[in-house]
Design a binder for this molecule. Sequence first.
Ligand SMILES: C[S@@+](CC[C@H](N)C(=O)[O-])C[C@H]1O[C@@H](n2cnc3c(N)ncnc32)[C@H](O)[C@@H]1O
Length: 262
Amino acid sequence: MTPSWPLPETDPWSTPFAKILMHHLKLQPGDTVLDIAAGGGIPAFHMAEQVGDQGSVLAVDIHQGQVLRSRSIQGKHMPWLQFEVGDMRFLPLTLPQFDRITGNLSFMFFRPNRFEALTSLIKFLKPGGQIVLTFPSLGTFDSLWNCVDEEMKRGNYTRERKALAEYIEERPSATQANQWLKELGLEQVEVTEWPLEIHTGPGLNFLEHPLLRGGFLDDIYECFEDQDLASEFMCELSQDIERFTPLFAQRCAMSGFLPVQK
Ligand SMILES: C[S@@+](CC[C@H](N)C(=O)[O-])C[C@H]1O[C@@H](n2cnc3c(N)ncnc32)[C@H](O)[C@@H]1O
């Protein structure tokens, strides 16, 4: 049977991450799922179809606009799927425990204390339950960061270079995810990384690239106090994309099971 709510093939960012999430996730009909950073419902709709009406999916996102949009896509379909506004780092203690906790493209937003946020989240997992989170891990777009760093060094942008180093240092890594899941007592821990090539052309094609601009290039602009200078710097960089292409993101999935006996 063809699923009615497949992962959309047209989404070049969320879907490749959701695919590795689904690869790790052991989902059964009747499971209860908490999906954090649910956004537009990739992969919440897909999972709701898998668990069926004997299960449930609670999909939480911090932005009301996202929740309203997802509800309007849902309409009256699959009433066991519920979209709610909430901050995944501070979920209400009244929430029940779930068979599965998922979060596609979520872990990078567990700031400022990712370990603390992960610890709180795992409290909502049933004994024997599984958590699977995906995120672009350290290593994502390294060729770009290296090139930006070289250019900053060449242009004597000392403060901006320091800000860039701090930004890169703050990115979550696969090694750290692995260590934290084990520290929290999870079993069958698996942390995998799968490269994803992002294609871009020079100039505006790079500067306005829908995947790069919002999530990543803005972070370079933020290293500059003077935004005119940032634009000039980025414009120059955008003319010579051969210096940092091919451009790879690292799709990281972290997965673990809470022991049945605590
Ligand atoms: C990159 S999108 C991923 C959405 C969806 N899971 C997907 O794969 O398309 C990240 C989502 O995380 C949400 N988000 C960021 N910080 C959050 C937080 N603290 N609590 C809940 N959601 C958060 C954003 O609103 C955004 O919708």
